[in-house]
Design a protein around this ligand. Sequence first.
Ligand SMILES: [Zn+2]
Length: 418
Amino acid sequence: MSAPKEISLKKIANHVDEKRLWGRLMDLGKIGATKNDGVCRLALTDEEIKARQLLIDWAKAMGLSVYTDAISNLFFRYEGLKNDEAPVVTGSHIDSQPTGGKFDGAFGVVAGFEVIAAMQDSGFRPQAPLEIAVWLNEEGSRFSPGMMGSEAFTSRRSMEQILVVEDADGVKTEDALAQTLASFPDIKQRPLGFPIKTFIEAHIEQGPILEAHAVSVGVVTGIQGSRRYRVKVVGEDGHAGTLPTPQRKDALFAAIEMIRAMRHKFDVEDMKYTVGLFEVSPNVPSVIPSTTFFSIDLRHPDWQTLKDMGDLVMTICEQNKGPCTVTVTEIATSESLEFPSEIRECISAAADEIGIANMPILSMAGHDARQLHYHCPTGMIFSPCDGGISHNEMENCNPSDLAEVTCVLAGALAKLSG
Ligand SMILES: [Zn+2]
């Protein structure tokens, strides 16, 4: 085969079409649209099946081949000049929170389509094939925890563990998954975990940093780690008027002491400490609370700090339980991670070559790239979002920021695919 014509990254970037990118995002955002201009598109629902069909229609119109796998991840493939090589992959997710926005996840998938369209328009053929991945259930709002697609693909969680997870109505992942796969009987299935040359995920920042710096492209350095716990405090119910204070086992007061003690202890730089779920029972005005149940979400960019602090949760709860009993369960642990420097340098070099300002940024939220990091060299590119607002129907982005990130993504993927 003859050597391909040299095509500059600038030329590919010149074919990134802001209107086409934005138009596709708006079309995808109509599927599962909420009254307040947001999106509710939960994993493995009819809405999500409709969204998959839209992507498949785009892919077919562009001449891309379509694949799926046992967990219903989707892959859209643009053939390269060396198709026996492992693909360079980009993408994200199309499921949302129940009151989510049009950009979280969707942008990374739509940007992949725009990159390939720009390459086709500019006459660029990559060496290694280029693929767009759509990972199943990143958000975990219907079937929890999320990142099912990327975790199954990278064997970070087994299919057996995933298939038995039920939603709030008792529907099993296994059954919902079978329904989704049956909706697309003609799509060829691939094995999980096939080799990937490099994975780059474009995503909105979901925080305020890029906007504050007025920079449209963030080269993500890594992802801060998290440790999540569930705490159950058991006391004894009793009459609010008659039971003397020294004899009470008030599960609410004990929980408050624990939460306050942790707030004090975890007041260190860059630590994020959240108690987002709190239940009290029987939750009646004149009865002393007998049980409380709450969550702890701890995050810090430095894994050692997070590890040391997280190890104190049990002790602090024990020290503050008073006359009650307490059970602490750690339900999820994610180490802080750093993306390889070659990938970060490749992304910023592509941005420099195209002439787009960029800055390094740490991801404060988890993404599918967290799982792919353990499978192949991985990186991420962030776009600013208005006010850093996300997981919210008001989530919004500037079309030109998204186009600039897509240009950089196109440049990086072109370099990585050789
Ligand atoms: Zn996301």
